[in-house]
Ligand binder design. Structure first.
Ligand SMILES: Nc1ncnc2c1ncn2[C@@H]1O[C@H](COP(=O)(O)OP(=O)(O)OP(=O)(O)O)[C@@H](O)[C@H]1O
Ligand SMILES: [Mg+2]
Length: 287
């Protein structure tokens, strides 16, 4: 494996769907290895189309996608090898699930890798535990809720132990505890060197979680920046028509009012509350 900083490098990628609309238009984007990446953008901006280029489901009509420094190999064997390393969790679980039973669905990928049965069972067990579905291992897929189906899809990809995990709007439709559990799970994977790219419409979450923010607009990546760089780029971000994270707006407003001393901008509400706490008036002691 190369040690270049970018695990993916898209260079001027164009893609038009067979029935007309333009999915990507001269899209360039680099993904730093082993980091958390958030892909932002309005409906129809090209997030799903981009993710599907990264695991070879779609192929550019112009430009190229480099994985680990080399152009994607679109042969059958090349795609098979790529998908061992790059896992994609679809936006809509109905498009990903195809087995009748949860365990069977999650074991499909690892079985296809040719792993022995004991290893597959262990990987599936661990993946179902990671997504909180151990109890549902033998359940029929059609009896699961939307959020549970999304978790089965995620388990199926986790069981492949990919180097790069692509998730298309993974938080949408998950309850709050499961969103937190997923965030913790992704952080654990990043700590082990996995690169994570997820699409989201939630700038507050993206700003708090991601190392890098990438903005898609009309099929192009119009901004790529470290999340910590957003406060300095606030003007550019607004001119691109994007809302700022609420925690940043609140922090700026408090500083303008002189209610907060100069501090580095917090990334989350918890961090902002941490800045405010020492400023609260001392509790009045009652006799
Ligand atoms: N299967 C398809 N067939 C034809 N056109 C498509 C198809 N999927 C997407 N498109 C078009 O490609 C463009 C980009 O769509 P894409 O699904 O990548 O956007 P997105 O950013 O993922 O949006 P969303 O936030 O709604 O998921 C849109 O103009 C869309 O109409
Ligand atoms: Mg999409």
């Amino acid at each position: 494996m190369s040690t270049s900083a970018a695990i993916f490098d898209l260079q001027g990628v164009c893609y038009r769907y067979p029935d007309g609309p333009r999915g990507l238009h001269d899209c360039s984007l680099r993904l730093a290895r082993g980091r958390r990446h958030a892909l932002l953008g309005a409906n129809g901006a090209g997030k799903t189309t981009l993710l599907q280029h990264l695991n070879g489901l779609l192929r550019p009509s112009a430009g190229q996608v480099l994985f680990d420094g080399a152009p994607l190999d679109a042969s059958r064997a090349g795609l098979r090898a790529l998908r061992q390393h790059v896992g994609l969790v679809f936006q809509n679980p109905e498009h990903q699930l195809f087995s009748a039973q949860v365990f069977e669905d999650v074991s499909f990928g690892p079985l296809n890798l040719g792993l022995d049965e004991a290893t597959v069972r262990e990987r599936v067990r661990a993946a179902l535990a990671d997504v909180g579905l151990s109890e549902q291992a033998l359940a029929p897929v059609h009896q699961l809720s939307f959020g549970q189906k999304k978790r089965v899809c995620l388990a199926g990809v986790l069981a492949m132990q990919p180097q790069v995990l692509l998730l298309d709007e993974p938080m949408a439709g998950l309850d709050a505890p499961m969103q937190q559990a997923l965030t913790d799970l992704l952080d654990g994977l990043v700590a082990r060197g996995v690169t994570v790219l997820l699409s989201t419409h939630d700038i507050d979450f993206a700003y708090a979680w991601a190392d890098h923010l990438h903005l898609m607009q009309a099929g192009r990546c119009t901004a790529s920046l470290p999340a910590t760089g957003l406060p300095d780029q606030a003007g550019v971000w607004r001119r691109l028509g994007q809302p700022l994270p609420r925690v940043l707006e609140l922090h700026q407003a408090l500083q303008r009012q002189g209610l907060l001393p100069e501090t580095d901008p917090p990334r989350s509400h918890e961090a902002l509350l941490g800045l405010l706490r020492p400023l609260a008036p001392p509790e009045i002691e009652t006799p």
